[in-house]
Each structure stands twice: as C-alpha cells, then as structure tokens.
Design a protein around this ligand. Structure first.
Ligand code: ATP
Ligand code: MG
Length: 347
C-alpha cells in the first residue's frame, strides 16, 4: 500500500536555516546531503540521506516531541529522517531506509522522493530571488544510464520549486572545481562515496572523461557483512572508526575490508585506463596530471598509499600522472565544488 504523508506541521525547524543570496552548492549523495554557502569548511552543513519509520502511536510521538526531533507522520507511521536516523535506528534496532541507491533515487523505495525533499528543505532555504544552485549528479556508468535523466529532472524540478535556478553538475567535476583551482582546473577529480565512485578528467574546466562505477562504501559494507555473517552497520562502524588500509591486520574484518577496498579501487582504475585508451584525441598538456581524491570512502588511514600503489601497479598509465592527493576536506569537497560552479554562473 502506498505510504502517503498528510502533514508537515511538525517540520518547524525547516525554516530555521537563514538564506544567503547568490549561490549555493548542494551535494546530493547516496549517504549524505551536504550544502555549501562558501568554499570554507565551516560554511557547510549536512544531513544523513536516510530515514526510519515506526508505527504511529501517541507514546512514540511524545518521545519524539520531548527530544525535539523533527518528524513526519501519516495515518500509519512516524518518520524520523536526516541526522536523527542513526540514533533511532540503533535505538530501535532497525535498518535505516535510504532514498537513494548507487548514486540515484532508489526506485525500490516508495518514500524516496518525499523524504529527500524533506531532508533537502532542512538544509536549503527557500530562494526569493532565483539564486543559482548547482547540485551534484553521478557520471554515466554500469547502473547509471537512462535513469540519470529521471533522477536529474526530478531533483531539478523540486529545487526549482524552492525558487532556485537549479543546475546539475557532475560529481567528479565538482571535486576538480573545489581542489584544482591552482592547476587551472586541469586534472583528475575522484569521489569515493557511499553508493559509488565518480571520476572526471578535466582540461581547463572542461570535462573530457566522466564516469561512475557502482561500487563504494555500501558495496564494501554489504559484501564484508555477507562473507563474515555480520550486519552491514557493524561493518560500517568498524570501517569508519578502526580501519587502517596500510596495515591489513590479522582480524577477519580488517582482512575482508581490505579485500573489498582492493576490489573497488581496481574496478575504478581499470575503467579509468580503459576510458583513456578509448579516447582518440586527448588535449595536449605540458605537465603531468594531478589526481585528487575526495568522498567518505577515501577517509581511512592508508587509503592514499594503497590507491597510489595500485594506480602505478598496472604498468605505464596512458597519460603522465603527477602526485595523488587527498581533498582538503573529503566530506565536503563535492558541495564546495558545486558552490564554486554556482558562483561562476552568477559572475
Ligand atoms: N572515516 C571513515 N572511514 C571510512 N569510511 C568512511 C568514513 N567516513 C565515512 N565513510 C564512508 O563513506 C561513505 C559515505 O561517503 P560520502 O558521504 O562521500 O558519500 P555520498 O556522497 O553520500 O555518496 P555517493 O557520492 O556515492 O552518492 C559511507 O560508505 C561511509 O561509511
Ligand atoms: Mg558523493
């Protein structure tokens, strides 16, 4: 049966975000949604792109009210969404539901559009003067083809309904904008996220190659959980708090996480090599290309060394690469890149 929301009266704090005119960056990621009003880290804010539902009852509603939790309700269920989801999911020992999967709106989740709109409204104020808002979208890939058209159009039309001039921006290009200004926006921007990895090869801010691979943190968590008979959330917590990719360790969890990290990175690198080989004409560059990595899945200790080692392991690369470096703040780089793109549109 369709779950239909009938009231939004409880979403009071949605209006609490203050507007800044001009430009806004919005990273609509599978795991988190991040908004940026400037290029500085402190001017970003984020919400988990997740929710849980629980049967509606007066008692449950009172608990949420006492804790000042923003929630939605329909005749059957109460919905807690955004950053409060994590706490309530472990408190109620239930799985989070996710509006997105592999970088796109989750077609198996009937509440996806409604919840994503609620979460975005908690981060982004209504625009009164048609501010420019750039939002991240994944590159084409195995699971991202025609469905990207739908994903982009649905989000664009919702953001327009909030009063913005909404413009999609490839996530890899957002990393380039945020991290490669001093290199004239020439280089390779990579985001290793929750649902996927996104790559853009840019020459002077022009995308020459863009693609996604449908493997990221979620793929690692579910596969490690399956082979070790664990739950994905326990694997995720271990991964986020304890994993060191420089030291494989002798416990099963570390070993399995290393195996699936290798798998994700090898898939990404193979595809990058293939895309370069498939290009008949590449612009000439007079210096090696820098590579910047962002996204939550690039956060474990030892990630950069592993990635760099694997990049050079398969023999000579189709183009000359400079150093591989981490984004200044891997979790907000995409949102800040979107902000820079939005700024450039209004200049
Ligand atoms: N410290 C950490 N160590 C390892 N993994 C982490 C860490 N912090 C976050 N992650 C993982 O990063 C992923 C989320 O990354 P991010 O927020 O960049 O994704 P996203 O942008 O929402 O997703 P996508 O770009 O794939 O649509 C999750 O899988 C999470 O477990
Ligand atoms: Mg992302």
């Amino acid at each position: 049966m369709e779950e239909r929301i009938e009231t939004s009266a409880t979403s009071k704090s949605d209006a609490a975000v203050t507007a800044k005119p001009g430009a806004l960056g919005l990273d609509i990621g599978t795991s988190r949604i991040v908004a940026a009003n400037s290029t500085y880290d402190q001017e970003t804010r984020s919400q988990l792109n997740a929710f849980i539902s629980m049967p509606a009852s007066e008692m449950a509603e009172n608990v949420l009210k006492q804790r000042n939790i923003v929630y939605e309700k329909n005749c059957e269920n109460l919905y807690v969404y955004g950053n409060d989801t994590d706490f309530f999911a472990s408190f109620l020992d239930t799985d989070m539901r996710r509006p997105m999967q592999y970088g796109l709106l989750n077609s198996k989740e009937q509440m996806s559009q409604h919840i994503i709109q609620l979460i975005v409204k908690r981060l982004v104020p209504q625009s009164r003067k048609a501010d420019v808002l750039c939002f991240s979208v994944p590159g084409r890939g195995e699971t991202v083809e025609g469905n990207l058209v739908y994903h982009e159009a649905v989000l664009k039309s919702f953001l327009q309904s909030l009063g913005y001039q909404a413009k999609p921006l490839n996530e890899g290009m957002a990393v380039v904008y945020s991290e490669l200004k001093n290199e004239n926006f020439t280089g390779i921007g990579i985001s290793c996220g929750g649902g996927m990895c996104n790559v853009a090869v840019s020459f002077m801010a022009m995308p020459v190659i863009t693609f996604s691979v449908p493997r990221g943190g979620d793929y690692i968590d579910t596969n490690v959980a399956a082979v070790l008979n664990e739950t994905p959330s326990r694997v995720r917590l271990f991964k986020e708090e304890k994993l060191d990719l420089g030291r494989p360790g002798d416990d099963d969890l570390s070993r399995a996480l290393n195996i699936y990290y290798d798998d994700v990175l090898q898939t990404l690198i193979d595809k990058l090599r293939m895309e370069f080989r498939a290009q008949s004409q590449l612009p000439r560059i007079d210096r090696p290309m820098p590579v910047v990595v962002a996204g939550g899945s690039s956060m474990p200790d030892g990630f950069l060394k592993k990635f760099e080692g694997m990049l050079h392991a398969g023999g000579e690369f189709p183009i000359q690469l400079a150093d591989v470096r981490m984004a200044k703040d891997p979790l907000t780089a995409t949102a800040r890149g979107c902000y820079i793109a939005a700024m450039s549109e209004i200049k």
